[in-house]
Design a protein around this ligand. Structure first.
Ligand code: KG4
Length: 343
């Protein structure tokens, strides 16, 4: 199989992205993020759909231009079918249909979570072979998900643990909002945490069975700490911002790594990857490196460009599915949610 050129489209939340991959090698990856949500402290679904409508044509054109190809060279169009915001997904899905019909090429539906995991297989150059071997364990941590996934093959993934309430990224974002730090809060907390003391404050950790996670208790504990302290000192947050962020980040990482360590020990699979927006967190990356050194894990940290939502991972998943002839029908409609299986 050669000269297989897949165009991927991602529009599940607030990033409009298009990428081109040829034979597994990335040719272009264009992402238009939506600043419009910052003023609201979170993604506003209707505004996201409108921004996707504005961005989709220029983003796709630019991805094809940067790839240095003509659209007639495309073999198939892959698109994120779900999970995500329905109005956002509809934009990418409809555009993919129009493009596939106009070019007379097949369409491949992609599960957004599966794509995050398969981001590890994107080749940045033809001789880039630094990807995990099957089976591996993947910690998928984003604004909407916190899962431990046992990956047996590109199309056989089992979610063995997941959050029962908030996601890790949500915990970062919500606590940042309480501190008035802006949106999305994760990267801002990460930056401030680098200057703070991770042991300055203690926040509660959950007691959830198995490999499941919970972050709502941490959020409440963080909120109560601030509420009590602000009674005595209205400038408390301003004075202790860095320490609050460092302690919050350290607690999130402890919670994540504790369950992951157990999953690795129980399964005996020491090939361990991390994916999703929160995998950009420098503290979490350091924790992975530390575990690799102490426990002999073979770790895989995605390049920053492939941590948050991007179409390169969608095109990569499309490439895997193309090899197996897994095309989708023209009446495929997006879905907002998935349950326990991700592919
Ligand atoms: O994967 P993603 O782009 O979107 C979802 O599918 O949810 O992840 C976005 C999440 C947000 O919650 C954001 O705050 C978080 O990833 N995030 C971070 C960092 N960069 C992004 N969280 C902690 N540290 C970071 N450096």
């Amino acid at each position: 199989m050669s000269n297989v050129t897949i165009l991927g489209i991602e529009s599940s939340c607030d990033d409009t992205s298009c990428a081109v991959i040829r034979d597994g090698v990335l040719l272009s990856n264009v992402i238009a993020s939506q600043a419009v949500h910052e003023a609201y402290g979170g993604v506003v679904p209707e505004l996201a759909s409108r921004a996707h409508q504005q961005n989709i044509v220029p983003v796709v054109s630019e991805a094809i231009r940067r790839a240095g190809i003509h659209r007639s060279e495309l073999t198939a169009v892959a698109f994120t079918r779900g999970p995500g915001l329905l109005g956002s997904l509809l934009v990418g899905t409809s555009f993919a249909k129009g493009l596939a019909i106009s070019l007379g090429i097949p369409m491949i539906e992609v599960n957004h979570l599966q794509a995050h995991v398969l981001a590890h297989f994107i080749k940045q150059s033809p001789d880039d072979n630094a990807h995990p071997a099957f089976p591996f364990i993947c910690l998928l941590v984003s604004g909407g998900n916190s899962q431990i996934i046992r990956v047996e093959a590109y199309d056989r993934m089992e979610v063995i643990g997941q959050t029962i309430d908030d996601a890790a990224g949500e915990a970062f974002d919500k606590c940042a909002k309480v501190m008035g730090l802006g949106y999305p809060g994760g990267p801002i907390v990460n930056r401030l945490a680098n200057e703070g003391n991770p042991r300055a404050f203690t926040f509660s950790k959950p007691h959830v069975p198995g490999y499941d996670y919970s972050f709502s208790g941490l959020k409440t504990s963080f909120l109560y700490t601030l509420r009590d302290a602000l009674k005595d000192d209205p400038d408390f947050v301003e004075k202790h911002k860095a320490d609050l962020c460092a302690s919050l980040q350290a607690t999130v990482i402890d919670i994540l790594m504790d369950k992951l360590r157990r999953a690795v020990a129980d399964t005996g699979i020491r090939e361990v990857a991390v994916a999703g927006g929160v995998s950009a967190n420098s503290g979490l990356r350091d924790a992975f490196r530390d575990h690799a050194e102490r426990l002999g894990w073979n770790i895989f940290l995605p390049p920053n460009a492939f941590t948050t939502d991007n179409a390169a991972m969608v095109a990569m998943t499309g490439y895997f599915k193309y090899a197996d002839g897994l095309f989708c029908a023209m009446d495929a409609a997006p879905y907002a949610r998935v349950t326990s299986t991700i592919c």
